[in-house]
Each structure stands twice: as C-alpha cells, then as structure tokens.
Design a protein around this ligand. Structure first.
Ligand code: ADP
Ligand code: GLC
Length: 468
C-alpha cells in the first residue's frame, strides 16, 4: 500500500510545533509494517536540511491559475535518510522561503502547494492508494482529487484528513476560487462554510475519513470547534480519534545527544539531578528548589497569557520555594511581561525563541512540566516530559485528558480543571507537597518513564483505517 503524507511541516526539516514531530515519525513507524510504503510530501523551504542533503528532480511542470503560471519542481531526497521517501515541492518565489508560516499570501502558498502535489501525482504511471492530508494546509486535496477534472487521474483515490489543530481552518474569501483548478460551479458548497472558502471544513466534507489526534479532542469538537460543531456532528460517522505517539528513537533519554547527562529508569534520579544542576547554574536558578517548566508557543490556546500571573503568584505564595523556567515565544505582550519578571525574580528564568536542544535539556532537568492549555488536540510535551521522568501538571482537556492521569486516581501526573491562574497555582502547590515527599517523587519519576507512548499502536490504527 502506497501512502503519501501531505504536510507543511516535518521534523527535522521544518518544525513549528507537534505537526512536524508527527509527520517526521508516523511514516517511519508505518514503514516497519510489511507491504506499507509511506512517504512524505512537503514544501521545499530554504532550510539547512535542503542544502545539506542531495536531491534529484522527479517532476518539472507548471501550474496554471487564471493569469498566474507557476513553475513547480518536485525534489526527492536521494538516500531516504529519514526512514521514508521525502519529496519536496519547489515553487520559486512562493514556497522556497525561510519558514512555513507568517506570510501575507499564505492562501496562495498552500493552494499552489496542493496543486503542485496533484500535478506531479497525475504524471505518474500508478496511482497512490492513500493521500493522508494533515491540517487545513492540505485540506482542499480531497475536493480537488474528486471534483477537479484536471486531476481526474486521481479520482477515487482514498483521502484521509487529520486535524491536528481545529483552531486554524485557513478561511479565505471566495475570490480565491479563481486560483483553484477548475471545478463545476454547483459543487462550491463542498468548500464553503458560512460564506467563506474553508479548507478544513472541505477536508471534513470530502475526505473518506478524518481523524483527530486524540479521542478526547474529537469529543470536544462536537461542542466547540470554531463554528464547525454542526459539521463534525453531521459527519461523525467517518470521524476517528487516534492518539499521537512519540518517536522513541529521537526521544530516548538514554541516547539523546542533546542531553548533558543521559539516563535510564535505573539511574534517572541521580542523572536528572545532574542535568538540573547544570541547567539551573546556567540560568541562575537554585538547583535545590523544585523546577517547574513551560515549553511552547505563547498563544492563548496554550494558556500562555496566564503565565506571567502564574509566575508572580506561585513565587509569592510559596515564599520563593520554587523555580520556574519558560522557553517559548509568540505574543509580544506575554514576552514583555515575562521579560519584566525575569529581571524581578531570581526564581524565574526565561529563554525566548525556538531552541530544540534546550527543550530536550529542560524535559530532562525539570521536576514538573506545566501545560495550562485551553485547547490541546493531543500535546506532545507532556509525553516527552514523562519519558524523561518529569511529572506533567496539565489542564484536563483534549489529548492531555487522554494521556495524563491524576495521582489521586492512581496516575502519575497532576490535573486541574480550569485554565485560570488560581487553579494552576493550586495544582503547583499540590506538586510542591509531592516534591517534598522524596519516596513518592521517585516513584512518580519511574512511573512516568515507564509509560508506553510508542507509535506502533497508533500507526496500526491508521493502517486499519486505510484498509477499511
Ligand atoms: P503544538 O504543536 O500545538 O505547538 P505540541 O505539544 O504538539 O504542541 O508540540 C510542540 C512541539 O514543539 C514539541 O516538540 C515541543 O518540544 C516543541 N516546542 C515548542 N516550543 C518550543 C521552543 N520554544 N523551543 C523548542 N521546542 C519547542
Ligand atoms: C497541533 C496541536 C497539538 C498536537 C500537534 C500534533 O499542533 O496543537 O496538540 O500535539 O498538533 O498532532
């Protein structure tokens, strides 16, 4: 079975968040199953990876969009260094940029990316079995495959859509339809939601099945989905929640080259302490105090707007008996407020930016990982932290609900219900109580490290879905 994963991100080439981690790992695990050939197709960005690896051109063509004509090349990485075939769609001036997102013309970018992929696939002798579309950036592929005569060669090919984050739907004005490949006008409703072209809605309508990255998140979408609630209820018969796994080869504390001191569950307590001491020294924190960490985008869905108040309140309430470290970037107001506290409190350390190495060091060093998310479709941070023996303190929502059970009901993490400062600080106080009971803390470290979040089980669920 030949499967193409279509995505704008893939670790380690271009990563903005968890989407990259999933697309960089899932195909690798699918390929371990006999008879499966899973590949990845993504845009060609101006990233170190493309300059450091050898590529060959496997397709050279054009996209016609009304008055636009774009050159498209598909480049294949020659050695399958990532454990799967990697194809990158190169569209000069539109996709060959430094980053996946943040450009004014993103609607053009993603439309062209999707058309480029389909032109290339249509030029092949054999059709693929499954096109697996990730998030709204490739959400129009199911419509295009089924309803655009230009791609009729692919009509009937099975399409699966995975919703990693329903907060982003890629809505566009209908004048963007001018840049679509031609389609029968009466089919416009398959792309429409409330008077806009909505790629995520179209993915739900036109794919043969769609998935969310946890069961908990799927349940929530019926109630809250930025306007698409009724659509997901109507299409629930082809909806599946499949939890993400983690790449146990990349995220292995025993071999992770980004750590100062590697460890396994036998020597975790001592080795984690050494990692913590080093990190605390570097950031001027007291290694004797418990270390709470947050890693992530400064977005309201992550509850990042609550962090400044959490910092001052938890430090004040505990009389300075804890450390907090935050790694991330995003909203400027949050960044500035946190910078201010970085100057004010010796118990608080801030590192602004995206730093893969540092994130690994923090997962390995911290005692607790905070995730006050308002929305969390799956969340990978909590799983990474658990694998690295760090106790997750998370809001009870989406994928966090499915992966972290509270210590009070036999789990090895801490849950709180509301994404509010008081609830978070209350959960941190509970964590402090646990930290002071050495035996329990050590048990939690081991229990967390022993959870099995390997991709195999979820990869199998996807395969079962393709087969169905
Ligand atoms: P999302 O995709 O919504 O941002 P996830 O929990 O699925 O959330 O994945 C986030 C991924 O991005 C994790 O691999 C996390 O370690 C990483 N990450 C987030 N922010 C940073 C940062 N500032 N530096 C390094 N890695 C980060
Ligand atoms: C999205 C979600 C996150 C999820 C990731 C990978 O970015 O916000 O919760 O873990 O996709 O599926």
């Amino acid at each position: 079975m030949v499967i193409y994963h279509l995505s704008t991100e893939c670790y380690p080439i271009a990563k903005v968040g968890g989407l990259a981690d999933v697309v960089g790992a899932l195909p690798k695990y699918q390929n371990k199953v006999k008879g499966i050939d899973a590949k990845v197709v993504m845009p060609w960005y101006n990233k170190p990876f493309v300059h450091e690896h050898e590529f060959e051109v496997v397709f050279d063509g054009f996209i016609h969009q009304r008055s636009n004509m774009l050159q498209v090349q598909v480049m294949k990485e020659k050695t399958n260094v990532l454990g799967f075939e990697l194809y990158m769609v190169r569209i000069p001036g539109l996709l060959d940029r430094d980053n996946p997102y943040g450009y004014q013309d993103e609607s053009f970018q993603f439309l062209a990316f999707q058309q480029g992929i389909l032109h290339w696939l249509c030029a092949m002798e054999l059709r693929p079995d499954v096109l697996h579309c990730h998030d709204y950036h490739t959400g129009l592929v199911p419509f295009m495959v089924e309803h655009c005569p230009e791609f009729s060669f692919l009509q009937g090919v099975k399409t699966i859509g995975t919703i990693h984050n329903g907060e982003y739907q890629g809505m566009m004005n209908w004048n963007m339809a001018n840049y679509m490949p031609s389609f029968d006008a009466y089919k416009w409703g398959l792309m429409d939601w409330n008077g806009f072209m909505n790629p995520l809605a179209s993915m739900i309508k036109c794919s043969h099945a769609f998935t969310t990255v946890s069961e908990g998140y799927l349940e929530e979408l019926f109630i809250s989905f930025r306007g698409l609630e009724s659509l997901v209820r109507q299409e629930f018969g082809k909806a599946y929640g499949i939890i993400n796994g983690i790449d146990a080869e990349v995220w292995n504390p025993e071999t992770d080259p980004m750590l100062d001191f590697n460890f396994n569950s036998k020597n975790a307590v001592a080795q984690k302490k050494k990692n913590k001491q080093k990190l605390c020294k570097e950031y001027g924190l007291n290694p004797k105090l418990p270390l709470f960490a947050f890693i992530g985008r400064f977005a309201t869905e992550k509850g990042a707007d609550l962090l400044p108040d959490v910092v001052w309140k938890s430090i004040k309430q505990s009389y300075g008996a804890l450390n907090i470290m935050i790694l991330g970037s995003g909203n400027t107001y949050i960044e500035n407020k946190l910078k201010e506290y970085d100057y004010t409190y010796t118990n608080f350390a801030l590192d602004l930016g995206y730093k893969e190495h540092l994130s690994h060091k923090i997962y390995a060093s911290a005692d607790f990982l905070l995730m006050p998310s308002r929305v969390e479709p799956c969340g990978l941070n909590q799983m990474y932290s658990m694998r690295y023996g760090t106790v997750p303190v998370v809001r009870y929502t989406g994928g966090l609900k499915d992966t972290v059970e509270d210590i009070s009901t036999g789990g090895a993490g801490l849950n709180f219900t509301y994404p509010g400062v008081d609830d978070i600080v209350h959960a941190m106080n509970r964590a402090l109580g646990i930290y002071n009971q050495k035996g329990i803390m050590e048990e939690l470290i081991h229990a967390n490290m022993n959870f099995d979040f390997a991709w195999e089980k979820s990869a199998e669920k996807y395969l079962a879905l393709y087969n169905s």
